[in-house]
Design a protein around this ligand. Structure first.
Ligand code: GLN
Ligand code: ZN
Length: 760
């Protein structure tokens, strides 16, 4: 029997990020839209060909997008917010929704579940009139058909579309379901006209996130109705990133043809399969969001377990999710110890095909067995023991101190720190980075290429630090930073100096629109061969009498923004990074640094999708953070920074992290989000952002005063700092200079007001 194969979706940015380049040229008005369309077509055809050549049976159309699939769905439904309705040109309107234009603000963007991909959030309101625009969907199907490829059509399911939407009334977005359904049905009617039989994949990842009773109550009717539109259409409902057991039970009772499930990130799906015994099961067994080669024998075992509930002819081998979340191809990566462990999208497609072949035969041939053996030898778990050195600095550290957290309660620490640092009321500081100038970028590139010497590069960086420190002194900030001129990225910088990291040449993954990131790869045990930041921080400290804040990226953030090895638990990797950071803190202290910030920008996004897994994550993430700062003396002030503002559900964990000072983002949202700190009587110091660094606007001193006074309505003046929302690296000096000057002036003024009030 031949087992069929299925790919949820393919990366669209292109092997050499062609889509990025053409889009950015179009936005800069350097090329006409036709060129964008040509490139897009070339990419689609190439990607279909790759999958066809690998022998994939179910290849997607409409997985492509010029910006985002949720945005495409809005266009398909005509869910165009009022402020864009007047833009006559369709392409202009599309990109205005995504990026804003002179008049209308861009739509909000947020992370797609627990990935680093961002989608555009639909805005729904009563006055929207939904009607169908099937153009893109039909034409992509025909385009593939012209190549002889019959695609399945990817569509965001109506329930997920609504679950991810916001409404202007804050009402439940599901109230619009009855308005959407006629449009979805009409779409299926159009699709049914395309061919004798067409497969449609409805993506419903909303099913994995502790689905509400409301959402669950809508599944049977919705998919019952959609499946009834035409006998020519076979519907597959897919979910990913976690199990969808609750929804699976309900979908089993509808007439849908197939159900797509992620069996790696949602192993509980296996247990619920009996409820869908009559369905085709799209078995996600090849990890669509990591970069490691598949463990063939483990996957075959998993398929066999699925086969206990589902007849073999109903099982279709698949990726766990769209390959949008993995880079294009590992083939052209330079030789390295781990090259043979890597599998990006092109390789994953082949793995799906190979697995289907292996699973097809009831008993494996000798060649198959040899292949599986070879696969075993090439897995990271086989390779790693050989890579790991015996006397790791990491183990030494823990053995030496055995400390898992720092000493002293907050009040003990705070008393000593206040005495030592002698800071004024409402101390002013910044989050770390200052503008990354073109000279800096050039110096870094030249140094990498060998065009300037190490000394030349070092003097460039020192020059920047000199100016940066002088500026901060001049405006009168209280706690200074060195400005991070030596870092292009807060994770990559540390990854390059730590052992156990690998950097791919072309491992780009789409983050949003034309933006891509190239996450570092953690492939082996992590250790710190030598200090990473001490040279720069102590140089900066030597230039001022004011306290210089050391700047580190936290263990959880380094982990969450990397591709992580899969041969040991993530929690263990986090602890390894933490040990390395703890050693760095020891060295910074020895160099006379009294304040150290450990950034945890990605702490929040690491939270699991399922509530039942939250406490496990919180436990090890917290453990890692505490271990990282365990080396800090009682009198060393530890700051942490998180660039977001929703703390309601994680406040207990933030409290347990017990940083002496936490700086957060509140410039846009005001006091609303701070209240949670008050309600839980959070004791430690807080720096609520008063300068929105995402905007080029320069707030006046009066505005800053208002911001500061407003924060004081909620926070205790003795525990409050004044600082921007986040790092300043994306701003330019012309904005930063006046803005910080005004911020400090405002802090001084409020400080005076307070002391006058105290006297009178
Ligand atoms: N210290 C970092 C900076 O200022 C923090 C960045 C972040 O939180 N994303 O750039
Ligand atoms: Zn930040």
């Amino acid at each position: 029997m031949t087992i069929r194969t299925f790919i949820n979706g393919f990366p669209r940015i292109g092997e050499n990020r062609e889509l990025k380049k053409v889009l950015e040229n179009y936005w800069a008005r350097k090329i006409p839209f036709d060129e964008v369309q040509n490139t897009a077509q070339v990419l689609r055809k190439k990607h279909w060909r790759v999958q066809k050549d690998a022998g994939i049976d179910f290849i997607s159309s409409n997985d492509f997008s010029l910006y985002d699939n949720m945005l495409d769905t809005m266009v398909m439904l005509n869910a165009i917010p009022e402020r864009f309705a007047g833009i006559a040109d369709k392409n202009e309107r599309y990109f205005a929704m995504a990026r804003g234009n002179g008049k209308a603000a861009a739509m909000e963007m947020t992370k797609w579940f627990n990935t680093n991909y961002h989608f555009i959030v639909p805005e729904l309101s009563d006055d929207l009139v939904f009607h169908l625009d099937p153009g893109k969907i039909l034409s992509e199907y025909r385009e593939a058909k012209d190549m002889g490829i019959m695609t399945k059509i990817n569509i965001i399911g109506p329930l997920t579309f609504l679950a991810l939407s916001k409404t202007n009334t804050r009402d439940d977005p599901f109230k619009y379901l009855h308005k959407l359904m006629p449009v979805y049905k009409q779409l299926l009617e159009e699709i049914a006209r395309l061919d004798e039989s067409v497969y449609v994949q409805f993506d419903e990842p909303a099913f994995v996130k502790n689905p509400s009773d409301k959402l669950l109550s809508l599944i049977q009717e919705t998919y019952g109705e959609l499946a009834a539109v035409s006998g020519k259409i076979k519907i597959v409902v897919t979910s990913y990133f976690e199990h969808a057991a609750e929804a699976l039970k309900l979908l089993g009772k509808t007439p849908v043809w197939g159900i797509g499930l992620d069996f790696l990130y949602g192993p509980r799906n296996v247990e619920a399969l009996e409820y869908a015994a009559s369905k085709h099961i799209i078995a996600g067994v090849v990890d669509g969001r990591n970069i490691w080669r598949n463990d063939l024998s483990a996957s075959i075992e998993l398929l066999k377990r699925i086969n206990k509930a589902i007849p073999k002819e109903q099982i279709i081998v698949s990726t766990t999710c769209s390959l949008l979340h993995s880079p294009y191809s590992a083939q052209k990566e330079p030789e390295s110890t781990i090259k043979k462990n890597l599998a990006f999208a092109c390789e994953k497609v082949k793995e799906v095909s190979l697995l289907a072949n292996l699973f097809s035969s009831d008993c494996l041939s000798e060649t198959d067995k040899a292949l599986i053996e070879e696969n075993k030898r090439n897995l990271l778990s086989s390779l790693n023991p050989a890579l790991i050195k015996k006397d790791k600095a990491a183990e030494d550290t823990e053995a030496k101190s055995g400390k898992k957290a720092r000493s002293g309660t907050y009040s003990e620490r705070s008393a000593l720190q206040r005495e030592r640092l002698n800071l004024p009321l409402l101390p002013t500081t910044t989050i770390g980075s200052f503008p990354q100038t073109s000279e800096l970028r050039k110096a870094r590139n030249d140094y990498r290429k060998g065009a300037i010497s190490g000394d030349g590069y070092e003097s460039e960086i020192k020059k920047y630090i000199d100016n940066c420190v002088a500026f901060q002194e001049q405006v009168g900030l209280d706690v200074l930073v060195h400005g991070e001129p030596e870092r292009n990225d807060m994770v990559e910088y540390f990854g390059e100096l730590l052992e156990g990291f690998h950097f791919t040449k072309n491992g780009w993954v789409q983050s949003y629109g034309s933006r891509c990131v190239k996450p570092p790869v953690i492939f082996s045990d992590i250790s710190r061969p030598e200090p990473m930041t001490v040279k720069w921080i102590s140089y900066a400290q030597s230039k001022t009498k004011k306290p210089m804040k050391g700047m580190l990226t936290g263990p959880v953030t380094i982990l969450n923004w990397s591709f992580v090895r899969n041969d040991i638990p993530r929690s263990e990797v986090a602890l390894q990074i933490a040990r390395a950071l703890s050693d760095e803190i020891t060295d910074l202290q020895k160099a006379g640094i009294n304040i150290i910030q450990v950034d945890e920008a990605a702490f929040r996004e690491g939270y699991p999708l399922r509530k039942e897994k939250t406490s496990e994550y919180e436990q090890w993430a917290l453990e890692a953070f505490k271990l990282a700062v365990s080396a800090a003396d009682i009198s060393t002030q530890i700051h942490t920074h998180m660039c977001y503002s929703e703390f309601n559900d994680i406040i207990k964990t933030i409290e347990a992290m017990d940083a002496d000072v936490i700086t957060i983002e509140t410039a846009r949202s005001g006091n609303k989000l701070l209240k949670v700190f008050k309600e839980t009587s959070y004791q430690n110091e807080i720096g609520p952002g008063v300068y929105d660094i995402h905007s080029p606007r320069i707030p006046s001193t009066a505005e800053f005063r208002e911001q500061i006074s407003a924060r004081l309505e909620v926070l205790d003046k003795k525990n409050m700092w004044v600082n921007p929302d986040c790092g300043l690296k994306t701003r330019n000096w012309e904005e930063v200079k006046p803005a910080l000057k005004n911020m400090v002036e405002a802090a001084l003024a409020v400080r005076e007001e307070i002391s006058r009030a105290a006297i009178s």
